[in-house]
Design a protein around this ligand. Structure first.
Ligand code: 1DX
Length: 189
């Protein structure tokens, strides 16, 4: 994955737990020789998975919890670290943003040819619900997607309820979610 992802993990850990904890996790991941990640360089996925695994050991938390927290973090991190306009251009509501995710990734992929974007296919089932199909070349990142969706809920002041309805873990060829959302409590609408 692009270094931006590893940098975001580093930033989340440093913000919440400090530099020493990060150095510990980096060492446990076997990355003691890495001084820093370069956002726009492509790294082996293995590096990202090792960081998550090491964080699990240090925080004694399951990978799902860490990936979920990281998904939420990614939305605010990328908005603050140079991709605010990219995110803004993807829409101003949760359903619109999710609908535009493949376009967003296609745009990033024009400049960064080693991007392996997931695909998100929406079926709008009512004014406040959708079925979302998530397909990825990568394994094990479904909890991150759930965190990402919660991050979008926060971004758009939208309550969101997610139920997984298909799972690769349980033999499906991809994951699906049934999503209910509601921004009617929002003060700025
Ligand atoms: F709901 O792979 C909200 O490396 C969402 O299954 C979901 O293959 C927001 F470094 C620049 C760069 C670069 C910008 F410069 C990425 F190249 C991309 C910024 C998307 C913001 C996908 C990251 C592929 C790296 C993947 C989970 C799960 C998508 C990570 C989240 C907005 C992004 O992101 C899987 C790679 C960006 C960039 C966004 C992603 C790769 C997402 C979201 N993905 C790289």
């Amino acid at each position: 994955m692009y270094g931006l992802v590893n940098k975001a993990i580093q930033d989340m850990i440093c913000q919440n737990h400090g530099e020493e904890v990060w150095e510990n996790i980096k060492q446990k991941a076997g990355l003691e020789d890495v001084d820093f990640f370069i956002s726009m360089d492509a790294y082996s996925d293995d590096i990202t998975y090792r960081l998550v695994e090491a964080a699990c050991e240090v925080f004694k938390m399951p990978a799902e919890d860490i990936l979920k927290a990281f998904g939420e973090y990614w939305v605010t991190y990328t908005a603050a670290e140079g991709y605010g306009d990219l995110l803004d251009s993807a829409g101003d509501s949760l359903p619109q943003f999710v609908e535009n995710l493949d376009n967003l990734h296609a745009r990033v992929g024009l400049s960064f040819s080693q991007l392996r974007p997931p695909s998100f296919d929406c079926e709008h089932t009512s004014e406040k619900s959708m079925e979302l199909h998530y397909q990825s070349t990568r394994k094990g990142l479904t909890p991150m997607v759930i965190g990402l969706l919660h991050g979008l809920g926060k971004r758009f002041n939208t309550k969101i309820d997610i139920t997984q309805t298909r799972s690769r873990e349980e033999g499906s060829t991809y994951d699906s979610f049934s999503i209910e959302y509601d921004n009617s409590q929002s003060y700025d609408k």
